[in-house]
Design a protein around this ligand. Structure first.
Ligand code: S3P
Length: 750
């Protein structure tokens, strides 16, 4: 499918004469639309009935109208357009008439909903489809029909599919494209076959079902009062059963094979649903309904052109942040991303139900959730952070019907590699532009040592293909880098391996996998730098409360630390000892942070953190803090830029392989904002100074976007944070909380 963008605006009328054959909703709306936009000099209507001609003239839809094309055919020449908008099966008769009286210079196009039979009709009439005929289909029907329903704005922001053939003339094709652009439509091209298949599923099948449902209620249910009580659901579902019967009769016949195929799939699904209801199979019913709800919500978001929180943001946004101000208030940032991922993974692999509270409804964690749904796990929610997972056990996942899409999420792809290496089926995982650049051999290599069969894309990057059926064996893995993702991946593969899998880490990294496995009743032995588990056990469903993400809280901790007058309290923040590097580093810099209300929830320590402004000083960041603050450096670099003196970071080469090269992205942005920031191979040297105004790139990295947003608190002018779209991967409420606490931020849609 190709989209064609408008190339010019219209000054002079685009065409001289437009002839509309069949003056109903579709043809009448094109006529009115072009007239309203002064895009044609004259509209001539052709209708079978005299009365329609009179009505069309009276409504101002056409300037002249006739019951026969022959009456005007002689007037038409190059640059004029005939639009055939009659029911699909009548197109052939119209073409026969056109052939006898219309010159080959005149452009022809149509609006029929099936293209295969129109192509065939043209071939039968002309021998081959003539160059002047551009087959098309505006996707803008309505249940109303007739010329009185014609609407000049019907095609605004609607799609028109053109299905050009090798015989189609370029000038005719261009003229038809411009004509649709002129009435505000988006023009796409497809092959005829593709068009008919797509439309059978998305339009013809729903119409067949709507007609059949209403007919069932009207005829078979036998209660004459039934429609009196049929409100909401009935009305929403059956609106399209009021569409033009002749038109739909023609469409069903014209696209018979594709419609039958779509109907067969639907009937199968409906039969399975019937069995599910008959046998009271709640699992099955919930599976269908939750999957369908997600799909439908996704569709609603697409229509509203909002970012889909799965799959993923389509519309780019920037932030423009005004300088100065302070942050004040008490806020709760969303749930921890690392823990949210793991709750879905372990909940799915457990036996029985797992209930999760505080789940992060950000795109990354939702990518994990969707992947398990794609493998047959029934997951209810998320609704306000509540998720209910119907675990299938370690061996209950099913082969997904398509490749799993991980979006921006490194944690999903790397941890899932471990789980998927132990399955009996093949699977492929891919991701977005940023994920496609990230190194995967760090997990593929140890998994191969365990016996997994994995292919990576070029240079050890996604997509990953994992072949099923491998018998994994336990290994003793000494990690070359401090990475919780690698550790977790190997441990998760260890669940499927024969023997005891042991992972040794060079420095402590987040231990959520080990803690959560224990919470699911799976024994994990931990001694110093080593974590080990033995394959062949089972996980039992449990309840999980996800604390707020310290990585998201960080942006407000730094914001409060750098902006005079600030006083922010962040509640219920996870303070797992493997994650508190940011607190330690900010305190070393002179930050004023107080922890209160310390408690343990679901095996994870949490606290409320109060942060007040305090002048910061530059420091040499202790290397042992690096893995404990690995995601917090973009924000900490802003703290360093606002501190007095020099801050030196070393031992942090891992930052170069995050969602972007965070050393380079931050150094570039800081330099644009007038800060002396020198990247080194494993860190950065930042001289504290005065942040200036400027526009910075985020390289699709959520944390770079949020870091430069808070920087504006100390800048001399606005900061334009380009492409902040991915903030929703980890922190969907960032904009709202930033504004609420006092950051003057505006979101700009592209
Ligand atoms: C994570 C581990 C870290 C971190 C990432 C989440 C996890 O990655 O940067 O955001 O949930 O295990 P590495 O393992 O690559 O350090």
């Amino acid at each position: 499918m190709t989209q064609i963008t408008p190339t010019q605006t219209i000054n002079a009328p685009l065409i001289n004469k437009l002839v509309v054959i069949g003056i109903g909703l579709i043809g009448g709306s094109l006529a009115l639309g072009l007239k309203k936009r002064f895009a044609c000099n004259e509209v001539i209507g052709i209708a079978r009935r005299e009365k329609t001609c009179e009505e069309a003239i009276a409504l101002g839809v056409v300037d002249r109208a006739y019951t026969s094309l022959a009456e005007v055919a002689g007037e038409l020449c190059a640059g004029d357009v005939i639009f055939i908008s009659v029911p699909t099966l009548s197109v052939k008769t119209i073409l026969e008439e056109i052939k006898t009286c219309v010159s080959a210079e005149v452009t022809l196009t149509d609006g029929a909903s099936v293209k295969g039979n129109v192509q065939l009709a043209a071939q039968e009439v002309y021998g081959e489809v003539p160059a002047q005929f551009v087959l098309g289909h505006p996707i803008a029907g309505a249940e109303k029909s007739g010329v009185s329903a014609a609407n000049p704005d019907l095609y605004e922001h609607h799609r028109v599919i053109l299905t050009p053939l090798s015989t189609t003339g370029v000038t005719h094709f261009e003229l038809v494209t411009k004509l649709w652009h002129a009435v505000g439509a988006e023009v796409l091209t497809m092959t005829v076959a593709e068009h008919d298949e797509v439309l059978a599923a998305t339009s013809h099948l729903p119409h067949a079902i709507a007609y059949s449902l209403v007919d069932t209620l009207a005829q078979d249910i036998g209660n004459p009062n039934i429609f009196r009580y049929a409100a909401g659901g009935f009305r929403d579902f059956t609106r399209i059963a009021s569409s033009d019967p002749i038109m739909w009769h023609d469409i069903m016949r014209a696209n018979k094979q594709s419609v039958l195929h779509a109907l067969d799939l639907f009937i199968d699904n409906l039969t399975r649903l019937r069995t599910g209801i008959e046998t009271e199979d709640s699992e099955y019913l919930l599976g269908v309904f939750t999957r369908a709800k997600v799909a439908r919500d996704h569709f609603t978001n697409m229509l509203a052109k909002r970012a889909f929180v799965n799959s993923m943001s389509t519309q780019k946004i920037d932030y423009v942040v005004q300088p100065g101000g302070k942050v004040v208030g008490t806020i709760r940032v969303p749930g921890d991303k690392s823990i949210s991922h793991r709750s879905i993974m372990l909940g799915s692999l457990a036996e029985g139900i797992t209930e999760v509270e505080g789940f992060l409804e950000g795109e990354d964690a939702l990518a994990t959730l969707q992947a398990f749904r794609d493998m047959g796990v029934v997951i209810e929610g998320p609704i306000n952070g509540y998720v209910k997972i119907h675990g299938v056990g370690l061996h209950g996942l099913k082969a997904p019907s398509k490749s799993l899409y991980m979006g921006n999420s490194g944690t999903t792809i790397r941890l899932m590699s471990g789980i998927l290496s132990g399955q009996t089926f093949d699977v492929e995982m891919s991701g977005d532009e940023s994920l496609a650049k990230r190194p995967m051999n760090r997990v593929a290599n140890p998994l191969r040592e365990m016996g997994a069969q994995i292919d990576t894309g070029e240079g050890g990057r996604p997509p990953l293909k994992i072949r099923g059926g491998a018998q994994l064996k336990a290994i003793n893995y000494v990690m070359p880098m401090a990475s919780a993702q690698v550790k977790s991946c190997v441990l998760l593969a260890g669940l499927y391996a024969k023997g005891t899998t042991r992972v040794t880490e060079p420095a402590p990294t987040r231990d959520h996998t080990e803690r959560m496995l224990t919470g699911f009743g799976y024994s994990v032995k931990r001694e110093g730098a080593v974590a080990e588990l033995t394959g062949g056990g089972k996980l039992i469903g449990t309840k999980i409360e996800v604390p707020s993400d310290i990585s998201s809280a960080t942006f407000f901790m730094v914001a409060a630390s750098i902006a005079p007058g600030s006083d922010v309290t962040l509640t219920h923040v996870g303070i797992n000892p493997t994650r508190i590097g940011v607190i330690n580093i900010l305190r070393l810099m002179g930050g004023d942070l107080t922890l209160s209300n310390e408690r343990t929830v679901g095996g994870e320590p949490v606290a409320d953190i109060r942060v007040r402004y305090a002048p910061l000083k530059g420091i040499r960041i202790p290397e042992d803090q690096v893995p404990l603050a690995i995601d917090e450096f973009p924000a900490l670099f802003i703290a360093a830029a606002c501190a007095q003196g020099e801050t030196i970071l070393t031992g942090a080469e891992e930052l170069r392989v995050k969602e972007s090269d965070r050393i380079q992205s931050m150094a570039d942005g800081l330099q644009i904002l007038g800060i002396d920031a020198k990247p080194t191979h494993d860190g950065i040297i930042i001289q504290g100074g005065q942040l200036q105004t400027g526009a910075v790139e985020t390289h699709h990295d959520h944390r770079i976007a949020m870091a430069f947003t808070i920087a504006a608190l100390r800048a001399t002018g606005p900061i334009h944070v380009k492409d902040s779209t991915n903030v929703v991967t980890s922190f969907p409420t960032f904009v709202q909380l930033a504004k609420q606490t006092g950051i003057n931020l505006e979101v700009i849609n592209h």
